[in-house]
Design a binder for this molecule. Structure first.
Ligand code: HEM
Length: 414
């Protein structure tokens, strides 16, 4: 094996362990990584907003914010009706994690969010709506457990260990004593979800069913293009709840999708892929590059290209995903969603866990409907065919969460 193949298979092995989870996977991961130097943290120094990750995240060569590499979404169910003591226990567990790991990509970035079901159990009116199907082409399952912890780090052993420590399966995290855990208040629910993001990582999965060899070597996402350009992301301020009991918090929508990559890479040309992902104009002008490297910090879809979507459908029979999505921006051109989506091979199939923050779930709904472009079908494009990337993405699950500000993150409403 060459050094490169060795390095690739080692990285693939570590991500495989994150997907499996549990004590044995953690032990194997720690064995494989050896002593990683993970920085510890100080709870009081964490930002007041749980979703304030941008200052801690790295940027790419153009200054676009880049997510950490490893992700775990941990679903939780309450074991009973919680009280104030339970709230203190949860807060102490979360502060222990913050002592164990720095607020940093080498340490741990995390949020805790609550479903409408949680608010029903504690007898409070839910500040967020129940999840529902958002297009006529889907019949998803819904996240009906009570809470979701999102864990993210560049170190695979950190997400695994933090999860085990929170669930009460380890006394220490990063060598730091857990003063409390979630045990007794919450138990693990399902589905546990995992994933990864970063240039070159998707191409390492060509031995997974449904991941063709033609996934570009340098692509950070399965569908081959860079995403999350700073001009098309909402700021953390824009997605922060402005008033009411959860001012300073945000909402999260998690949409889990399966991908049909074979047709995308093997039947379509690069011209078609660019036209379907961005717009016809992007394909004609060659402004994207192989994986979006020419775009720097903006796709340029907002404004004229977005305004021409319907005309492109009628006259050219093709519309782009980003072109459609940009129609949901605020009237002044501000994007309403902060997207923090990542690739997955959960279930041994390629997919995406599309995690988005917004001030109100309604803003996600508005954007998702723009992405569905249902009005265009019959006007030159099909319900899925040539209608952005709809022919290749299949919605399997949706969940809505309230992510309170840090000081109210532990069992809000109790
Ligand atoms: C597998 C699924 C998906 C892939 C591969 C994907 C990929 C992309 C890419 C490459 C861009 C252009 C780059 C950028 O602006 O950052 C983009 C933009 C965007 N996508 Fe997606 N996307 C997916 C699903 C979704 C879903 C489910 C939504 C839900 C609302 C969504 C909403 C958006 C928005 C809002 C933009 C920015 C539009 C603007 O410029 O205002 N995407 N996506």
């Amino acid at each position: 094996m060459s050094d490169r193949t060795n390095a690739l298979s080692r990285r693939g092995y570590l991500r495989g362990l994150v997907a499996v989870g549990g004590a044995a996977a953690l032990a194997a991961c720690q064995d494989a990584t050896g002593e990683t130097d993970v920085p510890t943290g100080t709870p009081g120094e964490r930002p007041a907003r749980q979703h304030a990750w941008n200052d801690a995240l790295d940027t790419d060569q153009d200054g676009n914010i880049r997510l950490s590499r490893h992700h775990v979404l941990v679903p939780l169910s309450l074991t009973g009706t919680p009280d104030k003591e339970a709230r203190e226990q949860v807060e102490s567990a979360l502060q222990s994690l913050e002592s164990a790991y720095a607020h940093d990509t080498g340490g741990l970035l995390f949020t805790v969010g609550y479903t409408p079901e949680y608010f029903r159990v504690i007898g409070e009116e839910s500040p967020i709506p129940e999840p529902e199907p958002l297009t006529s082409m889907e019949s998803p399952e819904f996240d009906e457990f009570d809470a979701l912890v999102t864990l993210s780090s560049d170190n695979p052993d950190v997400v695994l260990e933090a999860e085990q420590a929170l669930l009460g399966k380890r006394a220490k995290a990063n060598g730091v004593e857990m003063e409390a855990t979630l045990e007794g208040v919450f138990e693990q629910a399902s589905p546990r979800r995992t994933g990864f993001v970063g240039a070159g990582l998707p191409a390492e999965y060509t031995d997974t069913d449904g991941v063709p060899d033609s996934v570009p070597e340098e692509a950070p996402f399965f569908m081959g293009f860079r995403s999350g350009f700073s001009a098309s992301q909402a700021s953390e301020d824009r997605v922060t709840i402005a008033e009411g009991p959860y001012a300073g918090g945000t909402t999260t929508h998690v949409e889990s999708l399966e991908l049909q990559l074979r047709t995308w890479f093997e039947q379509d040309s690069q011209y078609q892929r660019v036209a379907k992902m961005f717009s016809r104009e992007h394909a004609e002008s060659g402004m994207v590059g192989d994986v979006g490297e020419k775009l720097e910090t903006s796709t340029g879809v907002a404004g004229e290209i977005a305004a021409r979507t319907e005309q492109d459908a009628r006259e050219h029979g093709i519309v782009g995903h980003a072109q459609k999505a940009a129609r949901a921006r605020d009237p002044d051109g501000t994007p309403p969603l902060l997207r923090r989506d990542f690739n997955t091979v959960d279930g041994d199939r390629p997919g995406v866990h599309f995690v988005a923050h917004q001030q109100r779930i309604e803003e996600f709904v508005r954007t998702r409907k723009a992405v569905a472009g249902e009005g265009f079908s019959g006007q030159g494009v099909g319900q899925r065919l040539n209608n952005g990337i709809l022919q290749y993405i299949f919605v399997r699950r949706r969940g809505n969460f309230l992510v309170p500000p840090r000081k109210k993150r532990s069992l809000p409403g109790i």
